[in-house]
Design a protein around this ligand. Sequence first.
Ligand code: PHE
Ligand code: ZN
Length: 900
Amino acid sequence: MLDNSAASVTIRRVDYTPPAFAIDKVELEFDLAPLTTTVTNRMQLRRAPGASARDLVLHGEDLELVRAEIDGKPWTGVQVSTDGLTVSNVPEQPFELTLVTTNRPSANTSLSGLYVSNHNFFTQCEAEGFRRITYFLDRPDVMTTYTVTLRASRADYPVLLSNGNLVETGELPDGRHFARWHDPFPKPSYLFALVAGKLVAREQRIRIRSGEEKLLQVWVEPHDLPKTEYAMQSLVHSIEWDEERFGLPLDLERFMIVAVGDFNMGAMENKGLNIFNTKYVLADAETATDIDFSGIEAVVGHEYFHNWTGNRVTCRDWFQLSLKEGLTVFRDQEFSADMAAAGGSPEAAAAARAARRIDDVRGLRQNQFAEDAGPMAHPVRPDSYVEINNFYTMTVYEKGAEVVRMYQTLFGRDGFRKGMDLYFARHDGQAVTCDDFRAAMADANQRDLTQFERWYSQAGTPHVSATAQYDAAARTFDITLTQGYGPASADAKATQKGPLLIPFAIGLVGSDGKDLPLRLAQDGQVLAEPQTTRVLELTETEQTFRFVDVAEEPLPSLLRNFSAPVIVSYDYTDAQLTFLFAHDSDPFNRWEAGQRLATRALLSLADAAARGDALSLDPEIVAAFGRVLRDSTLAPAFRELALTLPSESYLAEQIEEADPAAVHAARLFFRRALANGLRDDLMAAYEQNRVEGLYEPSAVDAGRRGLKNVALSYLADLDDPDDAAELARAQYDSADNMTERSAALVTLLQIGPSAARAPLDDFYLRFEKEALALDKWFGMQATRRGAPGERVLDDVGALMAHPAFSLKNPNRARALIFQFCMGNAAQFHATDGSGYAFWAEQVLALDAINPQVASRLARSLERWRKFTPALREKMRAALERVAAGVQSKDVREVVEKALA
Ligand code: PHE
Ligand code: ZN
């Protein structure tokens, strides 16, 4: 079933060739049965203009060929191989090829192709799953229209869904029935989907701006129906937002979302039939947290927005993946920011927007920057891959979104919209490239964006270092920016193609904490309304910008709102950072100043801890955090973010040779110093941010709960955590929503296993039948801090044997195994190497079940070279063990690149 011995083949972007055949239309018939499903595939084929191939080569995997016909007659010139089917000497003229194949859905544990989950049928075709359903030209530049007939037992599969519009239903002999669907929009095979089973739908009819009525459905298992309200509401908002912001309407009569409990990723944008991990559909106050609700809104938006950015205009080849993913992430980020900002005062809206931005950037810096400095580093538009599934990465998605955001930063919202309009005017219905998108942005804004191409072709995180000089007599302020790549991305440097165009937003802060008016020297005259933030365009390796009429020596606020995905260095003193942390008008940079301050202190604490020195923290730093905590003019969501320290894994990335135990000790010391120094303020924040009344997942309420719970978690780090334990216990017992309940339980686990035992048991009994809540139960135990000398891995091992645990369910595996390996750094990196041995065992076990999931887990050791020699050697041994036993090319690509 898996390609155990196949040599790894590297696919290269430069080798792209257009398809030799076109498919005018396809008709698929499915006779659905779990053990063996039969697929009849009738394709109208023709040679592509100018192509002269005699043979038709189709992709296929794990299929049994039953019959082949051309123009209704049996065709014997077919050759089956492990990865496809060659049909030889096909007619010169357009012809009809009929292929009948079988596949085995219930044996399909990879969750790619057609599979069974809780007795229902689902498909997952992106990137190359359609070839596991039938032989096909399974590549995104082959687009065609689909007519799909589904036949199945009516009793077992009362609901039969596929893409597009329902054209016919009816009865068949033997208790079977059928449904026929037609999708009028030509699409690539990766957007095909079918669903069959016992499902029910929440329905809503809406009218779009054209006046047309549309049917919206959210399909789930019957007992989950009450949990679909928020997903539906998010879908309605998404549809409205895309019309409002981008003029893009819903183009089908109906739009369906289906939830499935076994799913490799978050969700999938199949045309008109989005299939979602239950995690991003199901929510109610009792079982979902504020973060879950906002995840649902973001992912529902993301998949819906793909309808235009991905489906109407799709990718020519998989190297262009960021064309749809980077753009669609950018769109969902903007959507979430607009939703969070909606309805509030201008200040509240700005704060809500800033909180979203900070959250997005934190994720990017923590995960994408690490990826970009490691063995899997690749450009936003990769040049090669072995397994495309390994390239659904933070770089393609999140850095790709930053690249798209830079167009908007350069051209403004209106200029960006013009570029989008031109992109659709040119390319609707086509499969195109990242270059086509950049050309649309350039032409719509009359800009030469040749240099901007490097953002797509260059791996690694750029560094910008800044130096400044104030001339009091001349009243000028010169800022010199130098760009390059840091030592971390030595490989990236080797392929560096020249300087990037970096939009670099800057402000100058005066001694009163207010922004100074900005006048660039080359501007000539004073602007009618002086700007206080200015986007400099850095295009050279080194460039100096001169501000004139600068009344006093300012403090520069650099890369405001994180205007480019780069690392900025500037020699701030602690006092200057403290000042910016208190005053910067740019909320992102205000937060950033606090993070810089904390990071610097944490790294020197880690250094001291590694040397075995005594630890100490400057009280000024504690005081700076106290001022922000107490500042009630700041949104609670912002204060929560400001008080959240960089994670241990992020800190380890900043260290040449990381010692996770030292990093852990440093962060804990810092937390205790804040807790002890700010005890009363934390208590006050806890009390003042209790949210009364009915639970609502609004940005404002979520912000208050977030601040309250971060305060609680600090209080639990006091030398005497009894008060915190009491508060947490009371919060657990009185909670009427999952945000409060799970935060309380996590805090109790932080205090210690004995404090948590009873509520942990209560949580299990309460949510025994709620898969998503149970995932949290596993996850919080896997990420528990653990007392000195304690092995949390022992708990994880015991939980693996729990009857509710299953390796086959990706959400459950992620909740327990991934959370331990990726979310509990100090325990995972235990000096005895037990974490790594566990990792190797689980990667290999998963590899035999689900290579995509296994490969994601495999990546948690890719930064092994960054650690202390003792850990490094143990990690290498674990990697070698996996390399020796691996079956899938997914995992093999990851471990081979890690060891190379
Ligand atoms: N295209 C999906 C998304 O970004 C992600 C996905 C990829 C899902 C591959 C399944 C398989 O929304
Ligand atoms: Zn996507």
